[in-house]
Design a protein around this ligand. Sequence first.
Ligand code: MN
Length: 231
Amino acid sequence: MTYAIPPAPVTSLPITGSDQRFPVRRVYCVGRNYVEHAKEMGFTGREAPFFFLKPADAVVACARGASVDIAYPSLTKDFHHEVELVVAIGTGGTNIAAADAAKHIFGYAVGLDMTRRDLQGESKKTGRPWEIGKAVDQSAPVGPITPIAQTGEIKSGTINLTVNGKTTQSSDMDKLIWSVNEIIEHLSDAWELQPGDLIMTGTPEGVAAVVKGDVMVASCAGVEAITVKVV
Ligand code: MN
């Protein structure tokens, strides 16, 4: 068997302390999962978790210690950063109970859910899908995955983003409305999770626009920080 055109390469991420890489299958994202961010977006209260996806090839692998470039995307005048804890699934399943969820986690990383906010806002107003705002090329820079064997379950710790050295987002992962384990429970009711899936768990308050030349440093306690430049 041969392919008529070359198949797309597998997106993969480095793994802390290993020469092996983590192949990415899908990227699930959780909407509005910190109270203060829900408020800044005009929402209140604890709603059921909801999800959207980014294509796997939107992931930009960030090597340890290096800065990576992402291109300022077309069509937008309001390109926002969202720093998020990323969970990497090592063992798939359906109907996973929150109490069993940690067994399915390969590790954790920090990532950015970059968003064409003006187009996402338009989608919300018109009841259209979010892809034009969220499933943007190069919209998911993600750092090296640190195995859960090294981190233990991440349930708290600082989540932080600076732009050109100035802090714009700073919170604690214990403020997640739906915990990582609860997210896995809900997600696996809706889809069969598979090894290689990533979950972006939501962003705290302080989302803001970046412009060409801005340098973002994103960090979550327990995993390697990433540096991303908008070009
Ligand atoms: Mn997000």
